[in-house]
Design a protein around this ligand. Structure first.
Ligand code: HEM
Ligand code: HEM
Length: 392
């Protein structure tokens, strides 16, 4: 019962079909939800989980697809129940070829896009995040992303026809097409399906177009881009205005704090969305409501011994306005890895950035004499806003 005959789908074909149907539809739904979710500092954590799940399901689909195709090649295919309806039979067959293509093209293009991009949401597996022969490149990621997007559209259209067809067989024709795939029912004549070359070629032509179109449009964009030399280099930015605030939860009440004196050296290339930042904070400029002096004292920031804090990080664009600065913060003499999520908007030559990160004061040994979270909160949200213009 594991194998197919001319009149039935065996358990292996059915198991693979339904497991993959579930995974493909889940990947599709996650991809579409990701697409319509606004990307900013508030959503970046959740998008990371969503895309990691999306990619992990996607590469599972690819592994199963290879197994499935090898299996299908070794098996007879049950014949259509109404071969006399030629157009319908050809359409169903073309849809099957398109679906076989989709389970290869979608995960492969996604994987190439992922490998060409700087890390954001990792695939949850131990085999690394890169691909041999795929360098980090915005152009390659853009083309693979274009293929991925067109392929997703082709998949949605084909699935609508495929699922619609299955329902039509079940509800209108009332034949055993769906039952054959669903519970392995037997139906039809003794001849296995021959398959028509024309439908396979038609599906192949559609996949060739899906893959070729993004290449063609990337070529056009590059020819017309006319980037001035030097423009693609990371350039220095001068901070014009800015605030650096933080909050301390003391006995359940929020106390707002800020640093009035700090400097940021920023290199950022808007074309690639990458750069570096180094923020130097004058710790003596701290203000924390009525407890400013206590904050400067030896139990907390100990500014007499540690007059400066430094945050040094590499900037990477996540998507659109959403960016991350990944680096380390040296505070009261301790250096701790910190990832700052921020939004960056460019308008009229001015960059406006707003980001936040929640630190844990225990990582720096700050307030060790206050071991109770409800007295002086462990979590310290930090917010930074600034505007900057390119350096002359
Ligand atoms: C609710 C969703 C789905 C339903 C109701 C459904 C139903 C069916 C049925 C009834 C068949 C048998 C057709 C026949 O005997 O000619 C079939 C075959 C097939 N389905 Fe689906 N399907 C669904 C989702 C999917 C998805 C998501 C994919 C892949 C992306 C897929 C790929 C295929 C392929 C490739 C075949 C041909 C199998 C072969 O003959 O080797 N299906 N499906
Ligand atoms: C069956 C497999 C898959 C399906 C059906 C699928 C479908 C989708 C859809 C519908 C979108 C949203 C539209 C778009 O932005 O292009 C999307 C986005 C995305 N997918 Fe997939 N995908 C699959 C596999 C993968 C895999 C294996 C990876 C990576 C390892 C991947 C990486 C991505 C990424 C990075 C995006 C975001 C593109 C962007 O907007 O920047 N996908 N996918």
């Amino acid at each position: 019962m594991l194998t197919n005959t001319a009149t039935r789908y065996g358990a292996v074909a059915r198991g693979l079909h339904w497991a993959m149907a579930l995974l493909v539809i889940a990947a599709l739904a996650l991809g579409l939800i990701g697409k319509v979710t606004p990307r900013n500092a508030d959503t970046v954590d959740w998008l990371q989980v969503l895309y990691s799940l999306h990619k992990t399901i996607g590469v599972t689909v690819l592994a199963l697809a290879v197994l499935r195709i090898l299996w299908a090649l070794s098996q007879p295919r049950p014949a259509p129940l109404h071969p006399e309806r030629r157009l319908e039979t050809l359409a169903a067959e073309a849809a099957h070829w398109l679906l076989y293509g989709a389970i290869l093209v979608l995960p492969l293009s996604g994987w190439v896009m992922h490998a060409a991009e700087d890390g954001f949401a990792p695939i949850w597996w131990p085999f690394g995040q890169t691909l041999p022969f795929v360098p980090k490149s915005d152009t390659i990621a853009g083309i693979a992303g274009g293929v991925h997007f067109l392929a997703a559209i082709a998949l949605v259209a084909t699935l609508a026809a495929h699922i619609g067809g299955a329902l039509k067989h079940a509800l209108i024709d009332r034949d055993a097409t769906l039952a054959r795939m669903w519970r392995g029912a037997e139906a039809g004549g003794p001849e296995a399906a021959g398959g028509h070359r024309r439908t396979a070629w038609a599906a192949l032509a559609i996949w060739a177009a899906v893959i070729a179109l993004p290449f063609a449009s990337a070529g056009r964009q590059q020819a017309g881009a006319g980037v001035a030399p030097g423009q693609a280099e990371a350039a220095g930015w001068q901070v014009q205005t800015g605030t650096l605030g933080f909050e301390v939860i003391q006995m359940g009440a929020t106390v707002e704090g800020r640093f009035d004196s700090w400097e940021a050296a920023i290199d950022y290339d808007p074309q690639t969305g990458t750069g570096e930042v180094a923020v130097t904070i004058d710790m003596t400029s701290v203000a924390l409501g009525s407890v400013t002096d206590q904050a400067k004292g030896p139990e907390f920031f100990d500014v007499a011994r540690h007059a400066q804090a430094v945050f040094a990080a590499r900037i990477a664009r996540i998507d659109g306005a959403a960016h991350q600065a990944t680096g380390s913060l040296t505070l009261v003499g301790r250096t701790v890895p910190v990832v700052l999520a921020f939004d960056l908007d460019l308008a009229d030559g001015t960059a406006t950035a707003a980001g936040r990160v929640t630190l844990d004061r225990r990582d720096f040994g700050i307030g060790a004499a206050y071991p109770d979270d409800s007295n002086v909160g462990f979590a310290v949200p930090v917010e930074i806003t600034l505007t900057a213009t390119p350096q002359e």
